[in-house]
Design a protein around this ligand. Structure first.
Ligand SMILES: Cc1ncc(COP(=O)(O)O)c(C=O)c1O
Length: 366
């Protein structure tokens, strides 16, 4: 296949990789029990601890996408018949509902209108209405692009005695998330979004208490590959075999996490915030409407309403005229919504270039 020209990848994951991350993908093959690989992986776990701000608990990193993280969290948290509350604020909230049902949980959902956030007061009331084993919240739902107030929500869950599980796939590394500070039990991230690694690795943070409860559960975890207990031995000693990791991917993730560390997490969150503002202001400057209510718009991805049927034309023009890839809305919003990812290594200059190109693509579509 002819080498592809690098476009500005602004879909909601994956994202453009740095040169060093790409180089890490093409190192000579080493074995997964190689001492140098083990050293590199141990460093990855240390770096993962920092991105979650999870000093007190444990980190897991293994081959598998964000969905495997969702599944590992559910399998670790529930037993058939357990009552759980899923804050269903979009596509990935719905996926959490479905996964919980697969594992036999009795699911109650608390929804919000499309583009609206989960309200902590409504969460508190719902939790007061019955005992729930676990509460699941999506930090940034990539389907609607809403950013939920996870710190307040996690606190409500803990007050009500429920496990608090956070989907940070579209936020970790780009938006503030303080695992220890909010008192979450589990949070997970994907390698391919704000962390700017290639797709295919999942990062999972757990609290110490959660892991202790899980260890007590032992053979009751109803999954094989996504069973955190099986992975624990590998995390404790990366030369232990459970399932062969995607070695190059792990090396590339290590490099991506080093780059997060070099930039500094606070500075990275700030950069995401200011780029998001440039993009949102620019979009509103064209009189286009943002999908999400004010105050809850994600700093990693933005949803834009287009005229009915116009999304494919604008998407095509951005790709063909300006070399920018964006995504469309999911399901029924496929031809009237665009979703623009602005995370990872995106620079201010690129954010401004997007705004300029979007304005032009929009004008030429009418
Ligand atoms: C919020 C959220 N959760 C979970 C997932 C699933 O991740 P993956 O596609 O890597 O399985 C995604 C993917 O976009 C996501 O955005």
């Amino acid at each position: 296949m002819k080498a592809m020209e690098e476009r500005l990848l602004m879909v909601p994951g994956p994202t453009n990789l740095s040169k060093k991350v790409r180089e890490a993908l093409s190192q000579p093959q080493v074995g997964h029990t190689d001492p140098d690989f083990a050293k590199n992986f141990t460093e990855t776990l240390e770096l993962a601890k920092k991105v979650f701000k999870n000093d007190k608990g444990f980190q897991f990193v293994f081959t598998g996408t964000g969905t495997v993280g969702m599944e590992a969290a559910v399998a670790a948290a529930v037993q058939p018949g357990d009552r759980v509350l899923v804050l269903n604020t979009g596509y990935f909230g719905q996926r959490m509902v479905d996964i919980n049902r697969c594992y036999g949980a009795e699911v109650e959902e608390l929804g919000a209108g499309f583009g609206f956030h989960a309200d902590p007061d409504a969460v508190r009331k719902k939790l007061a209405g019955g005992r729930f084993k676990a509460l699941y919240v999506t930090h940034v739902d990539t389907g609607t692009t809403v950013c939920n107030p996870i710190t307040e929500i996690v606190k409500e869950a803990k007050k009500a005695g429920a496990l608090a599980i956070v989907d940070g796939v579209c936020s970790v590394g780009g938006i503030e998330l303080d695992f220890d500070g909010m008192g979450a039990d589990v949070a997970f991230a994907g390698s391919q979004k704000a962390l700017a690694g290639p797709p295919g690795a999942v990062l999972i943070a757990t609290s110490k208490d959660f892991l202790a409860q899980l260890e007590a559960k032992k053979d009751k975890v109803r999954t094989y590959y996504a069973n955190l207990l099986r992975w624990k031995g590998v995390m404790d000693d990366p030369r232990t075999y459970f399932a062969t990791p995607a070695v190059q991917l792990m090396q590339a993730l290590n490099q991506a996490l080093r780059e997060v560390e070099e930039e500094g997490l606070d500075k990275r969150w700030e950069r995401h915030k200011s780029n998001a503002k440039i993009i949102r202001d620019g979009i509103e400057g064209t009189k286009s409407k943002l999908v999400v209510e004010e105050g809850y718009r994600a700093d990693t991805v933005t949803g834009i309403w287009t005229a009915p049927g116009a999304a494919p034309t604008i998407q095509k023009s951005l790709r063909e005229q300006y070399g920018i890839d964006v995504a469309r809305g999911l399901g029924e919003n496929n031809t009237k919504m665009l979703r623009v990812g602005h995370f990872g290594n995106l620079t201010e200059k690129q954010a401004k270039f997007f705004v300029e190109s979007f304005g032009r693509a929009l004008r030429s579509s009418t």
